[in-house]
Design a binder for this molecule. Structure first.
Ligand code: ADP
Ligand code: ZN
Length: 519
């Protein structure tokens, strides 16, 4: 066993760090003692050091299983720059180089070997490992072994044989994302033996969270970008088309924005990503394809212009803001109308289990967006963490940016308009009725004659759309599926119409700040 002083010596001399980050020392010590480890640490928490340091100190080779083939080379280059004898084996490597790495492995000349998971399922590779002294087996992105995680990879299942095949080798599993349920699943599938379990805090105190009612996304995105002149930001959208459209819209308004999605050529993607990293572009408009392995510390804001797929995704994507510890904003634009759009895609999932998980994830993220309690608390509770303070002081709910208003009267106006038009029209038409629009479709339908026509003239369309949204959220009305999403009344609507139930909603308090335009 190595002495404590050599632990710090190695930290200084090999890695050049003055001290450990939270949890690192505990994990390193457990590994050095030969104990299994399971650690959940947020991105940027410093997981690599937890196994690279033991890899240097222990005799033999540390094998790291990682699904991120694209990042292996960077990892290895980084380790080599620190003087660690590291290599990787994956399908991207030409056969000749693979043979060279295998020879190094055989001769015991490697401290660290990165491999892709499918490699481990190969008999031949397992045979090779049998002739090698393994010091440690590391499972990176360990959530990939669980079907309950957001990124299940069947290749990972072969890792459940690890402990049985190499009983003398300690196993350390790491992930940046695991609910307690996923954690239990990982521990069971890997058969970890009395592991040290570490859950680092997921709280990111320098991030503020805010959800804004999505009404006119282009104007809202322009405002947000305008509020952050010359600052780096990411805007996430779901589809490639909306990424392109939003990037073009921002460009036409004078902002330095670039698109990023899997439909661009490798060259375009590389160019746009590098322009962003070098601060030549301020805003990247991207699908979730963007961000894996992006190491840019000064991202000041992340916007979700569409509903993210899950709370895990939301956490990961917003987590790219403020890596430097400076205050940064996470803003989501959300309206109930986004939910059916996501459902539409979920309905195309053939695998029953997968579809159910996607539905669960959608309902969690939708309820996060509609919640009236602290966003930070909701997010952290999802990861099994409780926040000590009732008020986090840095989300829209805790900052009191919203106020509860009674909109029972307005709800009645809308419900009555829906009822009087036989529940055959969509939100736009219903709002046109209550606001007294003179548009042709409305006049031709004779709906300017009904009793609620124009009763809500004084309030903006945004306000009315939000009331409709609230009625949908509270299941007082519903939207028919199909080409024309008409609104119809649910049983509770009657109670509201009779005045037996009141309707309240959270509204953003009027903003006093001025609008910024790009220079
Ligand atoms: P993760 O894999 O958990 O996302 P990394 O291992 O990539 O995190 O580490 C994130 C960053 O933190 C890296 O730049 C790494 O060099 C740095 N880092 C890790 N441990 C320490 C430490 N003890 N002191 C200072 N910096 C550290
Ligand atoms: Zn809060």
């Amino acid at each position: 066993m190595n002495s404590g002083s050599s632990l710090f010596d190695t930290l200084h001399s090999v890695f050049g760090f003055g001290e450990f980050r939270p949890n690192q020392e505990e994990i390193v010590r457990a590994i050095l003692e030969g104990r299994d480890v399971f650690a959940v640490m947020p991105t940027g928490g410093g997981k690599s050091l937890c196994y690279q340091l033991p890899a240097v100190m222990l005799e033999g080779t540390c094998m790291v299983v990682s699904p991120l083939i694209a990042l292996m080379k960077d990892q290895v280059d980084g380790a080599r720059a620190n003087g660690i004898r590291a290599a990787y084996l994956n399908s991207s490597l030409p056969p000749q180089e693979q043979s060279a790495v295998i020879a190094e492995l055989r001769s015991g000349a490697l401290d660290l070997l990165y491999v892709a998971p499918e490699r481990f399922s190969q008999e031949q590779f397992r045979g090779l490992l049998n002739g090698v002294k393994l010091s440690l087996a590391v499972i990176d992105e360990a959530h990939c072994i669980s079907e309950w995680g957001h990124d299940f990879r069947p290749d990972y299942l072969s890792l459940s044989a690890l402990v049985e095949l190499f009983p003398a080798v300690p196993v350390a599993a790491f992930t940046a994302t695991a609910t307690h349920r996923v954690q239990d699943d990982i521990l069971k599938r890997l058969s970890l033996r009395n592991p040290l379990v570490v859950r680092a805090s997921f709280n990111r105190p320098n991030l503020t969270y805010e959800v804004r009612f999505k009404d006119r996304p282009n104007e809202q995105l322009t405002d947000i970008v305008g509020e952050h002149p010359k600052q780096a930001g990411i805007i996430y959208r779901t589809s490639r088309k909306s990424v392109n459209d939003t990037a073009a819209m921002l460009q036409s308004r004078g902002f330095r924005a670039l698109p990023y999605h899997a439909g661009l050529t490798d060259e375009e993607r590389k160019h746009n990503q590098e322009a962003f990293i070098r601060d030549e572009a301020d805003v990247i408009v991207a699908t979730i394809a963007f961000g894996m392995g992006i190491d840019k510390s000064n991202i000041r804001y992340v916007v979700h212009a569409d509903l993210p797929r899950s709370l895990e995704n939301y956490y990961q994507e917003t987590g790219r803001a403020g890596r430097d510890g400076e205050p940064s904003e996470c803003i989501m634009l959300f309206s109930q109308g986004d939910i059916p759009k996501v459902r539409f895609f979920i309905d195309t999932i053939i695998d029953e289990g997968e579809r159910q998980r996607a539905l669960d994830a959608l309902s969690r993220v939708a309820s996060f967006a509609s919640t009236t309690v602290c966003r930070r608390r909701t997010l952290l509770e999802y990861f099994g963490e409780t926040l000590p303070d009732e008020n986090c002081g840095s989300c829209d709910v805790c900052l009191g940016k919203r106020e509860t208003v009674d909109c029972s009267t307005e709800a009645q106006m809308l419900l009555s308009a829906i009822a009087r038009t036989d529940q055959r029209f969509g939100a736009t038409h219903i709002i046109d009725i209550v606001t007294g629009s003179r548009n042709r479709k409305l006049l031709e339908s004779g709906h300017d004659q009904i009793k609620t026509y124009g009763v809500g003239k004084g309030k903006s369309k945004t306000f009315w759309r939000q009331v409709v949204d609230e009625l949908l959220a509270q299941k007082i009305i519903a939207k028919a599926e199909g080409l024309y999403p008409t609104l119809y009344l649910l049983p509770r609507a009657l109670e509201v119409l009779k005045g037996e139930t009141s309707v309240t909603m959270l509204r953003l308090k009027e903003r006093t700040g001025k609008k910024n335009a790009p220079a």
